[in-house]
Design a binder for this molecule. Sequence first.
Ligand code: NDP
Length: 331
Amino acid sequence: NTRIVLNERPKAGPITDTTFRTETVDVPEVKDGEVLVKVVYTSLDPTQRGWINEGRSYLPPVDIGAPMRAGGIGRVLVSKDDSLKAGDLVQGMFSWQEYYVGSAKSMQKKQTPEGGRDVDHLGLFGMTGLTAYVGMFDIGQIKDGDHVVISGAAGAVGLTCTQIALAHPKCKVTVIAGNPEKLEYLKKLGAHNVLNYKDADFKQQFKNVGLIDLYYDNVGGAILDQALSQIAPYARIVACGAISAYNATKPEPIYNYFNVISMKATWKGFIIMDHADRYVDGIKYLAGLQKEGKLEYQYHVTEGLDTCVGTLQDMFAGRNVGKTVVKIARD
Ligand code: NDP
């Protein structure tokens, strides 16, 4: 079993060539209640950068020497539990490795509908699609006619949020991303205003789009700060992610906090894993949107376990459009 393990904990800043190391170990024996899975796809997510830090978070840090935690989908090769059999498609925290052995209870059996793709269990109907759904509806309380602004708009979560907002009655949709090709694509999907946060006059461009009813924050930092300066009365701010801070050596200041009070805004954070009761509704909604031709979903796919680290680095450099996954094995 070839796997990528955490070699050292990076203090601050981006992951480096020595953060992880590759090793080959024997596949553990499968005990009663356990299953051996061949990992087919592994999910790459910005939050993995946080999982290798020390300190308090929503999950404990990955231990030094442990395989890098990652969601994945795979096929059961051997099962010693009645709930699963060889050949079943399963989803779980399989880590960056070729094979996973764990309790049957630690994974969910999946069925891919006719014409669907197995990888959708990690993207469109997986954590990132559902994050967009719960974030826009439950946390952001999207309303007809809202001016919705979405940062990180060409990424896995952002692309889904953008299309949910575009499908919502009478919403004006402003999107923010980091390169012209991404913005061109978002414009083609129907976004009303597209902003490149790397443009020299970004601040002025952002100001020109006017007051914001719903700000969907994937990046934090200076973009969030400016969004706070433009919130409308009773605005909602969805604190989904803060990728600009994950590799930062010191936090960026927020100057416009008082607007949350003076504009009587709601600023709410959430972690999608706490909203499992909404998954069925979310999948139904996203499937419906896709069927109506209102949801185009993109994957950024690389092949081979040895691409995991580089592809994660690429995600922080903005080289992905849509959901990033690595194909580990042929299914
Ligand atoms: P993405 O697919 O959006 O990939 C990350 C993107 O972030 C890059 O493509 C890049 O695009 C952008 N980016 C990178 N660095 C910066 C920066 N310094 N400033 C602004 N943008 C930057 O990732 P996901 O869709 O998977 O995740 C998006 C956010 O949602 C993350 O913050 C993540 O942690 C969060 N999240 C939260 C969840 C929750 O439960 N709360 C669940 C899942 C994700 P560009 O070219 O535009 O710079």
